[in-house]
Design a protein around this ligand. Structure first.
Ligand code: HEM
Length: 418
């Protein structure tokens, strides 16, 4: 009998987040990073990767991790500084100008009817059909139509808005610094600003009941928004609220359809829709990563990140950290380690909206959109299945979600006439 000496298995090599294997499925690589390389300098992006929940959470909460990275990642494409880049008093004042529109009474009374109408119009277009492509016919249209309507812009320009926000998000998520992607983003940003400036002048002269007019007239602490503040903020809104929510809606339906028992439970008890959305944000966050830039040298997970370096916070990895979530790769609407009541606030257990002072301003709007959209789809169709019989793949490294979601639909029985 041969006796083999037991030797510790060497750790797998550090994964490359720009490799095709990573793009196909980043989750095994995230596991390797969390276990063996919790702080890892990645040559390809010239950034320090953080993958453990506690480290990413700290990077979002601790002010030493500034958002100065948005000086190169967002400012050129939005044509000015936005709240994403600001800190301290400046950030608090600008955020307070816009935040009320995205929560509470403003959201419920002023914008919920806009959300309901937009969902209905899109769903009506494929009612009575046996097939629909949820990404193209619904997810990529619904959130951007809502923002465009909220701002009081012309919805017939949908294709232009869509092309603009895709190019702008392309600039933001340009991990390889591809010059063609950067150029397309800058061109789109400039076109959007040229489109908006005459409209801003019009609304300043004759304010209406829309969010663009509110931005033109709002005042907090004696501060009003300049034209440039408004164009860069609208550009941020379209990109931050468009592509993320589009991927989130498609992602939630993909997760539910892949777990028919959970879909049946949500269909039977619609109060579970927010839990299904929160769990989808944890399991398949649309924004898989965001950057930070430490103001000083910082110690993290046994190493030091130098001041001024770029830190890539891997939300997709942190949200599947086994020390925080049991069986983290499972999509489970009923999990007890994710609190739905907090999931759309800065006290969330998942990191899909970040945490701390830059916590997503649109989280409650996204929740309202997903709840309305999901309820209307479930009401319109008695059965919804993958048209191809299986889940389509997810694509994207920075922003991730299904590129297409072809569905087979069985209409709901018409309501009996009374
Ligand atoms: C499921 C959909 C969404 C996801 C996953 C998402 C994700 C995020 C994340 C991760 C951040 C933090 C960025 C950072 O700290 O660097 C953020 C911030 C932001 N989001 Fe969202 N977002 C979503 C929907 C929306 C919507 C619908 C809007 C508005 C129309 C919006 C507007 C913003 C704005 C303005 C910020 C900057 C807040 C600040 O810096 O203070 N987002 N979002």
């Amino acid at each position: 009998m041969t006796v083999h000496a037991t030797r510790a298995t060497p750790p797998p090599p550090p994964p490359d987040i720009l490799s095709p294997e990573f793009a196909a499925d980043p989750y095994p690589a995230y596991r390797v990073l969390r276990a063996h390389y919790p702080l890892h300098y990645h040559e390809g992006t010239g950034s320090w990767l953080l993958s453990r929940y506690d480290d990413v959470e700290r990077a979002f909460r601790d002010p030493v991790f500034t958002t100065d990275n948005y000086g190169w990642q967002l400012e050129p494409v939005h044509g000015g500084r936005t709240i994403a880049q600001m800190s301290g008093h400046e950030h608090a004042v600008r955020r307070a100008l816009v935040a009320p529109a995205f929560r509470g009474r403003e959201l419920r009374e002023r914008f919920l009817p806009v959300i309901e109408r937009n969902a209905r119009e899109l769903i009506d277009a494929f009612r009575g059909h046996e097939r629909a492509e949820l990404v193209d016919q619904f997810a990529t249209r619904f959130p951007v139509n809502v923002i465009v309507d909220m701002l009081g812009l012309d919805r017939s320009d949908h294709d232009r808005f869509h092309a603009w926000y895709e190019a702008v998000v392309g600039f933001f998520a340009n991990l390889t610094q591809d010059p063609a992607v950067a150029e397309a983003g800058l061109r789109a940003g400039a076109e959007l600003r040229a489109y908006l400036l005459p409209l801003i002048a019009e609304r300043r002269a004759r304010p209406g009941d829309d969010l663009l007019s509110s931005l033109c007239t709002a005042e907090v602490d004696g501060t009003r928004m300049t034209d440039q503040d408004i164009t860069s903020f609208v550009s941020l809104l379209l990109s931050a609220g468009g592509e993320t929510t589009d991927k989130a809606i498609a992602g939630m339906f993909r997760n539910l359809l892949a777990n028919p028992d959970q879909l049946a439970a949500v269909r039977a008890d619609r109060t579970l829709v927010p839990a299904a959305f929160a769990e989808s944000l944890r399991h398949s966050p649309p924004l898989q990563m965001i950057m930070r830039q430490p103001a000083e040298d910082v110690e993290v997970s046994g190493g030091t990140i130098p001041a001024g370096a770029t830190v890539t916070c891997l939300i997709g990895a942190a949200n599947r950290d086994e020390t925080h979530f049991a069986d983290p790769d499972a999509y489970d609407v009923f999990r007890t380690d994710l609190t739905t009541a907090n999931a759309f606030s800065a006290a969330a257990d998942h990191l899909a909206f970040a945490l701390g002072r830059h916590f997503c301003v649109g989280a409650l709007l996204a929740k309202a959109e997903v709840e309305v959209g999901a309820n209307q789809l479930l009401d319109a169709f008695a059965e919804i299945d993958f048209a191809e019989g299986h889940a389509p793949p997810e694509t994207g490294v920075f922003v991730r979600g299904p590129l297409t979601l072809p569905l087979h639909l069985t209409p709901a029985a018409p309501e009996p006439r009374s």
